[in-house]
Design a protein around this ligand. Structure first.
Ligand code: NDP
Length: 318
């Protein structure tokens, strides 16, 4: 059994990512030193490859891999991979569901929820002006967090925040029961969900249904003065609508980790906006040392014809 490791769009990117690629090789081999791991483009006889493990693979390469048992992507989001027209519909795609990644995502959400709840920026501004103006910060129970997307990551965020004493609602496509979290389901309950939300945390996958979902209509239904935290994908946010909602005061702030164009262009308005926090898509970055465990486990499962963890539903697009 041979495994093709395909990381980087082109030679240039592969050079830049060489130490990360090496980390992946080392981490995968640490899980199983017997793996026949072949690094793209030096894959040898392509018919010997049983699995391909990919991250930012060159566009259009997949039609060559007619015999692989699965494509394992080293990301949680699959929108970019699924946009490749060379994917063969009969080959399953498996994504990363790594508990350490979920921890990262929870910590990111918690950081910016607390920043809002504890009005950190307000105190910083007072300090700048040597201003001793005491007032009571928000109490946890007075604000409701609405988590959009209750999948592997969103559910972890909702449960963690709820266990810390926040009031948490969640919204997903299918009904769920999550202790401590009030769940709203589907399009029918979307507006109701928004109307209860002070801090919207987006952890939706990018699909045809979620593209542009953070738009003026959505913002108008949130509670007045709401804050949004977007960790999903940049294409879910209508940027002009966000700027207008911040100007009008309908939203008081936004924490953005993902953008329509990444890296965010140097002259983008978001960089200097006083009500926007920009982070460079770091809410979680796949860690080879932890994620390799799942990749190798999944390969072993599939060799035994067992179901892998994190199989993508190609009809849903996530
Ligand atoms: P999952 O696929 O496990 O979960 C997706 C959730 O979104 C599910 O609860 C699903 O509902 C819900 N959903 C999908 N479409 C809709 C819709 N139209 N209406 C309502 N709910 C919907 O994904 P993960 O939790 O693992 O990851 C979510 C996203 O987070 C990734 O796709 C990626 O874009 C982003 N991400 C960002 C990172 C960062 O560093 N910023 C890092 C990792 C991921 P249901 O449960 O009913 O199917």
């Amino acid at each position: 059994m041979a495994i093709g490791l395909v990381i980087g769009r082109d030679e240039n990117e592969r050079k830049k990512m060489s130490s990360y690629i090496q980390e992946w090789m080392d981490s995968l081999l640490a899980q199983d030193p017997q793996l026949d791991l072949r690094l793209y483009p030096n894959l040898g006889d392509i018919n010997e490859i049983d699995f391909i493990v990919v991250l930012n693979a060159p566009t259009g390469i997949f039609k060559e891999f007619t015999h692989v048992k699965a494509i394992l992507t080293l990301t949680a989001g699959v929108d970019s991979l699924l946009s490749d027209n060379s994917l063969l519909p009969h080959i399953p795609i498996v994504r990363i569901e790594d508990p350490f990644m979920a921890d990262d995502i929870c910590q990111y959400a918690l950081t910016y929820v607390l920043q809002y709840m504890k009005q950190v920026e307000h105190w910083h501004n007072l300090q700048k002006h040597h201003d001793w103006d005491r007032r009571v910060p928000f109490v946890f129970s007075s604000k409701t967090i609405g988590v959009m997307g209750l999948g592997y990551l969103g559910k972890r965020v909702a449960v963690t925040l709820s266990q810390l004493g926040f009031t948490v609602n969640g919204w997903s496509q299918s009904p769920k029961e999550i202790p401590g979290v009030t769940v709203y389901t589907g399009q029918d309950q979307f507006i109701d969900f928004l109307q209860h939300t002070d801090i919207a945390v987006c952890l939706l996958p990018l699909t045809l249904n979620t593209r542009d979902i953070l738009n003026k209509n959505t913002f108008s239904h949130l509670k007045k003065g709401a804050h949004i935290i977007n960790m999903g994908r940049g294409e879910q946010l209508v940027e002009e609508d966000l700027l207008a909602a911040l100007d009008s005061g309908q939203l008081t702030g936004a924490t953005l980790d993902v953008f329509r164009q990444e890296p965010l262009p140097k002259d983008h308005l978001f960089w200097d906006h006083p009500k926007i926090i920009v982070t460079p898509h770091i809410a979680s970055i796949t860690n080879p040392r932890t994620a390799a465990v799942q990749v190798v486990e999944n390969i072993k499962r599939m060799q035994k014809s067992e179901e892998p963890i994190g199989k993508v539903d190609l009809t849903q697009g996530y």
